[in-house]
Design a protein around this ligand. Structure first.
Ligand code: EPU
Length: 418
């Protein structure tokens, strides 16, 4: 068991460099098995989700060479095997092997995925998409079995613009006979990143990044190369930290358009910042205006930044409202913020936050990845010492979080309690 120990209230300055995006790389690695040759990914973050996916690729007899942020995946000898439950459960993104294995072998056996406990998170849109492409789906307990004589292009409408379903259907359709159209597709930047790799491997995908994606099936996919895009959620998390503690803190390696909704909310609160050529310089203002934040699909305010943002709202003068619309259960961190001194009332998926309240260090728990990020932020602004438990959630998604924050002047360390 590991804990984070944070001594709060330290001004942050210098530079924090953003890593490659977790939610891209977790789909790019499974996408690589569609190649009959070698796939190279640059800017790969060293987080535990990446390592869990390497384990799955190696189980399937792929070869992975991962050093200095570059990952080469040789998939020429990939075999179809059941991905065991213990591995699938390690992360949400194991579900991308459903689409990828089905596409490559017309058969896949895989268990229901893991991931953060932030709601019921069904995968019915993925399954319906696979069925439309011609797959037969059987469920045995927690295990899904996908079988198809051949996959045929289809018109697939998503009831909700799901990131996971859009990517999984792209993976399953890329080698199908004929053309697939996904309407009401998710538009998140990660989807463009996956389509870029697949097209580089020889796929014919257009419209990624819009709500209508067209996939013309191809027979073969070969060598492929792509840069993992910068992690917009990591960038957003450090930007929020900069708004609370920054003195000309530089956040580098960002794509401004990917965090536009956050930057516009911070401007509304009165946070001084400048963005130039992928670098953001941010400082703490004298005071913050209270605002309302509602999470939405891209380009709306990212659900993954709602919990970190709620900590900033405890420092605004007056009443702010944080409303989560994507998941049922994004309020796991609130009881710990209350324990630290925040004035927050929760009603279902809405939190009413009244500030400004000063926070005091306490022992708290990371109930999920972004709740964990919220706890780190709260610890960084609290008086005294904060202990964050169950930090494995945080390490799934934030590369070198201790080193990055320490480098900017924070007092934070990891303690092994075993
Ligand atoms: N949904 C369904 N049925 C489906 C699929 C989704 O009802 O078949 C619902 C979900 O229950 C949820 C909503 O649709 O209420 C959105 O889910 P989506 O499929 O878009 O999310 P996801 O693909 O499971 C990815 C990220 C999440 C991020 C969301 C939204 C990965 C591995 N995960 O999840 O990231 O919150 O998109 O942007 O890419 C995180 O990084 O902390 C995280 C949770």
């Amino acid at each position: 068991m590991k804990q984070l120990i944070i001594n709060g209230n330290k001004e942050l300055t210098g530079e924090i460099k953003i890593s490659g995006a977790k939610n891209s790389v977790v789909a790019l690695i499974p996408a690589a098995i569609l190649s009959d040759e070698e796939v190279t990914l640059y800017n790969v973050p060293n987080i535990s989700d990446t390592n869990a996916l390497i384990d799955i690729i190696e189980l399937l007899n792929g070869k992975v060479d991962y050093k200095n942020e570059t990952m080469k995946i040789d998939t020429s000898k990939i075999e179809n095997k059941v991905v065991p439950e213990a591995l699938s459960k390690k992360l949400r993104a194991s579900y991308y092997f459903m689409g990828a294995l089905l596409s490559k072998f017309k058969y896949a056996e895989i268990y229901f995925p893991g991931g953060c406990n932030i709601g019921s998170r069904p995968i019915d849109f993925h399954i319906n998409g696979f069925k439309k492409l011609g797959a037969e789906v059987t469920i045995e307990g927690n295990k899904y079995i996908f079988k198809a004589n051949k996959l045929k292009g289809a018109r697939i409408y998503l009831d909700f613009a799901s990131v996971g379903a859009t990517i999984n259907i792209m993976l399953a359709a890329v080698k199908a006979e004929g053309t697939t159209y996904i309407s009401n597709a998710a538009k998140e930047p990660e989807i463009v990143n996956i389509a870029t790799l697949l097209n580089n491997m020889g796929a014919k995908i257009t419209g990624a990044g819009t709500s209508e994606i067209k996939i013309e099936g191809v027979k073969k996919l070969g060598k492929g190369v792509v840069d993992v895009i910068p992690d917009r959620i990591e960038a957003g998390t450090y930007t929020i930290i900069g708004a609370l503690l920054g003195k000309k803190l530089k956040i580098s390696g960002i794509i401004e358009d990917h965090i536009d909704a956050l930057l516009s909310k911070l401007k509304e609160m009165g946070v001084p910042m400048e963005v130039n050529n992928g670098e953001l310089i941010i400082s703490k203002p004298e005071e913050y205006k209270a605002i309302n934040v509602k999470t939405l699909v891209f380009p709306g305010f990212a659900t993954d930044l709602g919990q970190p943002m709620s900590v900033l709202l405890t420092q605004a003068n007056g009443m702010s409202i944080f409303e989560e619309t994507i998941y049922e259960n994004r309020m796991g961190h609130i009881k710990y913020l209350q324990k630290m001194g925040a004035n927050i009332r929760v009603n279902d998926r809405t939190a009413i936050i009244v500030g400004k309240t000063s926070l005091t260090g306490e022992e708290v728990t990371a109930t999920d990845l972004r709740a964990g990020a919220a706890m780190v932020i709260a610890g960084l602004i609290a008086k005294g010492t904060t202990i964050v438990n169950e930090i494995d959630h945080i390490l799934r998604g934030y590369e070198n979080i201790v080193e990055k924050l320490t480098g900017a002047g924070a007092k934070i360390s990891i303690k092994d309690t075993e």
